[in-house]
Design a protein around this ligand. Structure first.
Ligand SMILES: Cc1cc2nc3c(=O)[nH]c(=O)nc-3n(C[C@H](O)[C@H](O)[C@H](O)COP(=O)(O)O)c2cc1C
Length: 170
């Protein structure tokens, strides 16, 4: 399955998760930062989109990319993921809904929060103050949700490929 993982990141957690997915999916998987050059989606069977959440919002470069390519994305097998620090499942669900267009969420075969990372050395002083107060400490942390990652890969590998727009399976 030829796959491209398109991601946005501020401090690198989403890139690390994207690289983990790439390693698990194997050979024919490319990575692209949505802030850089993203190749044509045409040759790919599957597209994974991932970003991270800051004050409830995912990076604008990711939402702009999705807005520009929505019809193409709806013809591909699609997985959606976030890196996000909140642990409340209801808030996580809301963050996924805020980050991705409703048609894309409906279409995606896998969608989940796959980890989070806090690197206080990389944050600016306001972020350090805010996140430190919110978490009650200033410890660096990098967490992959291994179970979610395994399920995400499994769903992506086993789901049937979507039919091209206007066609139905018989
Ligand atoms: C200033 C700041 C604000 C954040 N706001 C949120 C938030 O609203 N919701 C959330 O789930 N996580 C929040 N986080 C946690 C990030 O989503 C998390 O650290 C993520 O792993 C960052 O990924 P990145 O390094 O790929 O950008 C925040 C982190 C920082 C530093």
């Amino acid at each position: 399955m030829k796959t491209i993982i398109i991601y946005t990141t501020k401090y690198g957690c989403t890139r690390s998760v994207a690289k983990r997915l790439q390693a698990m999916l194997g050979g024919e998987t490319q990575l692209a930062d949505a802030n850089g050059t993203v190749p044509s989606l045409e040759p790919y069977d599957a597209v994974i989109l991932g970003g991270s959440v800051y004050i409830g919002h995912v990076q604008k470069a990711l939402t702009t990319f999705i807005d520009r390519h929505l019809p193409e994305l709806l013809d591909k097998k699609t997985g959606l993921f976030l890196c996000a620090g909140v642990t409340d499942p209801e808030v996580q669900k809301q963050e996924l809904q805020n980050a991705f267009a409703p048609e894309l969420l409906e279409h995606a075969v896998a969608k989940d929060i796959l980890g989070y990372g806090f690197d206080f050395q990389k944050m600016n002083w306001i972020e350090r103050l805010m996140v430190g107060a919110m978490r009650g400490n200033r410890k660096n942390e990098s967490v992959f949700f291994e179970q979610n990652i395994l399920q995400f890969i499994h769903k992506l590998q086993t789901a049937p490929h979507p039919m091209p727009a206007g066609k139905t399976r018989i």
